[in-house]
Design a protein around this ligand. Structure first.
Ligand SMILES: CC(C)(COP(=O)([O-])OP(=O)(O)OC[C@H]1O[C@@H](n2cnc3c(N)ncnc32)[C@H](O)[C@@H]1OP(=O)(O)O)[C@@H](O)C(=O)NCCC(=O)NCCSC(=O)C[N+](C)(C)C
Length: 496
């Protein structure tokens, strides 16, 4: 089983920098080599975007962030690394030279992945002493959010290397797909290039402008593709009769002269200017940084939606996220309540994401309940009621909640929550949680809740076992000395 403890990134541009973020946020120390004079600034900005995105993406306990070290040479960067990722500009001679240099300085068992989006791994590994550990690991931008990595071996890549690479990408929350045969541009970029060529013709021939073309994609098949691919989608399109029927019905149309993409459009100055001007108009003055923020918020929203797909089990990239989070929870140190300094327990820290904001420009109602639910989950973990406990057939269910909204939470506000145990017995757990604005320390909302311990198969309340009750009692007794929070026992009503 391969475990990446130290990673090295050679090349720290848009792709290399985002690999750095992916590794570091998975708790892996990363050494970086990039001779660009502004490499530290560029990677710092990618890192900031990635951390912002992860704060919205997951409440699961990420490991402590890996340490970033900027090195002065390739040799110093790669010598201790378990996984080395090359992301230098897309020129065969340059990449081959860098990979050969990495090979000479790296441990013989280190994995060497290339971020190339189209070059053949066999060409890249041609001058290596240990070519068997080299492969293409082609990611998609932004690498810190989009999970796919195409893994492509060359003629000299060993099977064991690809297996270890699969384990490595899984460790950092990514989805590895093994491409069976090496071809230029692999699978993803082949598809994208076909689309790109056709799109350029459509603009060149004045069939539509760039905004119309993007709208055609994002309001239709673009949404389909985030959750099902081409073949699964077309299977459904075939109706009850399925894929064979679809192929019989639509296959012959492929012979019609619908597309021009096998011809290469002439990207002359006029076409470049036309596309540039239409793209500027489409951006409506938004900077690249703004567009990146919007993109990341949308991607997080899509992954969250997919996480609750398929009856709550998760689907596609959402299922991958759910599985990754389950592993993070399982690997996290069993949390313990800090009862030394008696005060409500600090349970979680989060940020208001774009998907949480409603038409009034502030955090919407059900997101408060979500944060309170995550808070009570945090409390439950402290008394030993974690996913394993739930899998074994028992849990706590909420039977009553009273939320008070005291202040507004706006997009990007940092929040934290606390929890005070008001009382507990063998079945009941009566708690009071508060969400605070992390900057102003003002209470934004409170929730008083009653939870019951249940046998989830029977769907009936039952006494919790001693191992849970002992922990619960310790917190309840510690909190007995705290003043009763203002708002406990409040009811909804009007003065008469
Ligand atoms: C299964 C269920 C939770 C309980 O049903 P039951 O076994 O029939 O239990 P009783 O109704 O008899 O109640 C047992 C005892 O608890 C007392 N009780 C019940 N409600 C309250 C309350 N609001 N305040 C105080 N005390 C209460 C009751 O009087 C009984 O006392 P005894 O002394 O006689 O033992 C069932 O209610 C159920 O399934 N409800 C739905 C639960 C649900 O789906 N909740 C939403 C899920 S969200 C969630 O759980 C979030 N999270 C915790 C996972 C984060």
């Amino acid at each position: 089983m391969t475990e990446i403890k130290n990673a090295a990134c050679v090349g720290g541009g848009v792709i290399g920098g985002a690999w750095v973020a992916r590794f570091a946020l998975a708790g892996i120390d990363v050494k970086i080599f990039d001779p660009h004079p502004e490499a530290e600034r560029i990677i710092g900005e990618v890192m900031a975007n990635a951390e912002r995105a992860y704060a919205m993406l997951t409440m699961a306990p990420l490991p402590p962030k890996g340490k970033l070290t900027f090195c002065k040479s390739i040799e110093e960067t790669v010598k201790d690394a378990d996984w080395i990722q090359e992301s230098v500009p897309e020129r065969l001679e340059l990449k081959r030279g860098v990979i050969t240099q990495i090979d000479a300085a790296a441990r013989p068992d280190a994995l060497i992945g290339s971020s190339t989006s189209g070059l053949l791994p066999s060409d890249l590994q041609a001058e290596m002493k240990h070519p068997e550990r080299m492969f293409v690991a082609h990611p998609y931008n932004p690498v810190y959010l989009l999970p796919l990595v195409e893994l492509v071996g060359g003629k000299k890549t060993s099977k064991a290397t690809i297996e270890r690479a699969m384990q490595g990408v899984e460790q950092i929350g990514m989805k590895g797909v093994v491409i069976a045969k090496e071809i230029e541009a692999f699978v993803g970029d082949r598809l994208l290039e076909a689309l790109w060529r056709e799109a350029l013709w459509l603009i060149q021939d004045d069939i539509c402008d760039t905004e119309t073309l993007d709208n055609v994609m994002r309001y239709s098949f673009g949404m389909r593709w985030a959750q099902m691919g081409l073949f699964e989608t077309y299977r459904i399109a075939g109706g009850e009769a399925g894929m064979r029927h679809f192929l019989a019905q639509f296959g012959p149309c492929l012979k019609w002269p619908w597309t021009k993409f096998t011809d290469v459009v002439d990207l002359d100055d006029a076409l470049v200017e036309k596309i540039g001007a239409q793209s500027d108009a489409q951006a409506a003055g938004r900077s690249i940084r703004e567009l990146e923020r919007i993109r990341d918020e949308n991607l997080v929203g899509i992954m969250h939606a997919l996480k609750s797909g398929n009856g709550g089990e998760g689907w596609g990239a959402g299922k991958l996220l759910a599985d990754f989070e389950a592993k993070l929870w399982a690997n996290a140190k069993k949390p313990e309540a800090d009862l030394g300094d008696v005060k409500p327990l600090h349970i979680l820290d989060t940020k208001v994401s774009a998907a949480w904001v409603d038409y009034n420009g502030h955090m919407t109602e059900h997101r408060y309940l979500q944060v309170f639910g995550d808070t009570s989950d945090g409390l439950l973990r402290l008394i030993g009621v974690d996913l394993e406990y739930v899998r074994d057939g028992h849990s706590y269910y909420t039977v009553e909640t009273h939320i008070r909204n005291l202040g507004e939470a706006k997009l990007g506000d940092a929040l934290y929550s606390t929890c005070q145990l008001l009382s507990s017995d063998e079945k009941r757990l009566h708690l009071f949680s508060t969400i605070y604005n992390a900057e102003t320390k003002e209470a934004v909302a409170t929730a008083e809740q009653m939870m019951l311990h249940v046998d989830s198969k029977a769907g009936k309340s039952v006494a919790a076992p001693a191992k849970v009750l002992d922990k619960l009692k310790a917190i309840t007794e510690a909190h007995a000395g705290l003043p009763t929070p203002e708002g406990v026992g409040r009811f909804v009503g009007q003065k008469r």
